[in-house]
Design a protein around this ligand. Structure first.
Ligand code: CA
Length: 510
């Protein structure tokens, strides 16, 4: 259907709804996704007590969001960028969609070399809205469904859904009406307007150069601020055309390169942080200012009461050091960080505000996972029965937002990463994992070994109970294997034997 037809239909539908007044207006939806932000990289405590990191970072607008909404203390994503983003807009678990590692170039795996494992033919080209694109998962993306329901759909920032040269690299092909600065790459060459965000004059741009912000080139402006201004301009457009909006505000911050946001940098140096820590903290505060500016805009336009704000990060803070030097963040008390099966890699800071629905200042300890955003947002938009090409895994957390009910304690969550990310650290390496209740089982593909943790008693995953709790290991390995079989989860091959790495239940028997 042509865009002009959609706008015309929406005009009549929305006018009819306004005249009939039988239904409340569709809520606006602001999904604020930060890149690589850790669980402790904020002045909002997500643990049961504040940590030194909560005192290091200053995020007053996240604090405001927490006061006005609900914080989730056990919200999960996948350990790296693309799998999370594909799960988010398809509702599929990574084991099912097979975009299990990060994407960039067509038909090119980003897996590192491994001494004993050969990695599977995963969907290196990412998500595709079209059939017949090799090594992609074809799915009906969330923004396309929202657009059909008359939402004005805005993509702002990092996309990272599909490889260069495939339809999925362009957010406009995924159902967004507007694309601001999104493309295949998952990091910016530069955050600085003075450096044209990495676009070198007279040269072919690097794959990391941020597209589409030419009007800010040569200006002393940080990328986070330029994106926020452009997002607000797009929200003005939504106001003018009278459509509810879906703003996917997906900041490049706080991903590497760790560059100082000059508006906030000096004060962190003054507190005694070293250079890279201070640069990182300034990027976090710049991101937080963006959140505050958007909230102020909603207030000013009188639409805050009819806007749902969901705040999330796409994986844990980058605590592993890839190329020497000091880490700029930690995630403690959680173990490890980005790329890891441990909580530091997958547990995220999550906040939701929805006036009249979500109880202000509330906290929720129920666990949920990134693919749950898909059915939740559809339900918020009244689209829970929307047909999709793909079979989904997510479960709506709207009951949790309403304060009704709890996550079924028997509900298993799954992670699957048959890949090599690169940096080393606890819990990093090809793995599959399951959480059920307070128990988490991790199965490492290279060594065929297990870790079992009780997260309620051992949030830092220091005590591996796999050797002592054989029955629990067996039960969880069974649940994990059954799911992996059901989605035909891809496994690495052992180079020496040529054998596919066995599923966890099988590994226990061998
Ligand atoms: Ca990320």
């Amino acid at each position: 259907m042509r865009a002009s037809h959609i706008i015309l239909i929406c005009f009549f539908l929305l006018e009819f709804a306004a005249v009939g007044n039988s239904q409340p207006p569709l809520p606006n939806i602001l999904l604020f996704l930060v890149d690589d932000m850790g669980w402790q990289d904020t002045s909002v405590p997500f643990w049961d007590k504040p940590t030194p990191f909560n005192r290091r970072f200053y995020t007053p607008n996240m604090e405001r969001l927490a006061r006005e909404g609900m914080q989730f203390t056990q919200a999960y994503a996948t350990p790296v960028c693309s799998p999370t983003r594909v799960s988010l807009i398809t509702g599929m678990n990574a084991a099912r969609h097979r975009v299990t590692n990060w994407t960039l170039r067509k038909n090119t795996s980003t897996d590192g070399q491994h001494p004993s494992l050969k990695f599977p033919e995963w969907n290196v080209n990412g998500l595709s809205p079209e059939a017949g694109i090799e090594r992609t998962v074809q799915a009906t993306p969330l923004p396309a469904l929202l657009k059909q329901a008359c939402y004005f759909t805005i993509h702002c920032g990092k996309a990272h859904f599909g490889a260069i040269g495939t339809p999925g690299e362009n957010p406009l092909n995924l159902g967004f009406d507007v694309n601001i600065a999104g493309h295949a790459a998952g990091a910016p060459q530069s955050y600085r307007g003075l450096e044209n965000f990495g676009n070198e004059e007279g040269e072919a741009p690097s794959v990391w150069a941020v597209p589409g912000l030419e009007k800010y080139h040569g200006q002393d402006i940080f990328l986070t601020e330029a994106l926020t201004r452009e997002a607000i301009a797009a929200l003005d457009q939504a106001q003018e055309n009278g459509r509810p909006f879906f703003l996917y505000m997906a900041h490049y911050a706080v991903h590497t390169p760790i560059m100082a946001d000059p508006r906030f940098y000096q004060k962190y140096l003054d507190t005694g942080l070293d250079s890279i820590e201070a640069r990182y903290a300034s990027m976090v505060e710049g991101m937080d200012k963006s959140l505050g500016d958007l909230m102020a805009y909603l207030d000013e336009k009188g639409v805050a009461d009819n806007t749902v704000i969901l705040f999330m990060s796409d994986n844990g803070g980058l605590s592993a050091v890839a190329r020497g030097g000091e880490p700029h963040t930690h995630n403690k008390p959680l173990s490890s960080g980005k790329g890891s099966a441990h909580e530091g890699g997958i547990r995220e800071p999550m906040l939701v505000k929805w006036p009249g629905v979500v109880k202000p200042g509330s906290s929720n300890d129920n666990y949920l996972i990134i693919e749950d955003f898909f059915p939740t947002i559809l339900e918020i938009a009244g689209l829970s029965k929307a047909p999709t090409i793909q079979q989904t895994d997510g479960v709506s957390f709207l009951p949790l937002l309403r304060g009704e009910g709890q996550t079924d304690p028997d509900r298993p969550l799954f992670w699957h990463f048959p890949n090599e990310w690169g940096p080393q650290g606890p819990g990093i390496g090809a793995f599959s994992a399951v959480r059920q209740g307070n128990w988490k089982l991790i199965y490492y593909h290279a060594s065929r070994t297990f870790e079992l943790f009780n997260l309620k008693r051992d949030i830092g995953e220091a005590n591996n109970l796999a050797g002592r709790k054989g029955r629990k290991v067996k039960a969880l390995a069974g649940i994990l294997s059954t799911y992996m079989e059901s989605v035909e989860a891809q496994m690495p091959v052992e180079k020496e034997s040529g054998q596919v790495v066995p599923l966890p239940s099988q590994a226990l028997k061998e």
